[in-house]
Design a protein. Structure first.
Length: 67
């Protein structure tokens, strides 16, 4: 259980956005992450992949394959 900081109130739970705000914007998109910030979400979950040439990308993938 999280400890209470004397300067902050303890939140009853943490709100995480699935791939940003996947219900409202395209998953893993900048607009989805920006909306998550505007909505005050605590965290966002995103999908990262490493391309064959070593570049990290943010895109939805399934079972080891890019969708």
């Amino acid at each position: 259980m999280p400890t209470q900081n004397k300067d902050k109130k303890l939140k009853p739970f943490i709100i995480e956005g699935h791939r940003g705000t996947g219900l409202f914007e395209a998953h893993n998109s900048l607009s989805s992450f920006e909306r998550a910030i505007k909505m005050g979400l605590d965290y966002v979950e995103l999908d990262t992949w490493l391309t064959a040439d070593g570049v990290v990308i943010v895109i939805h993938g399934v079972e080891g394959k890019v969708k």
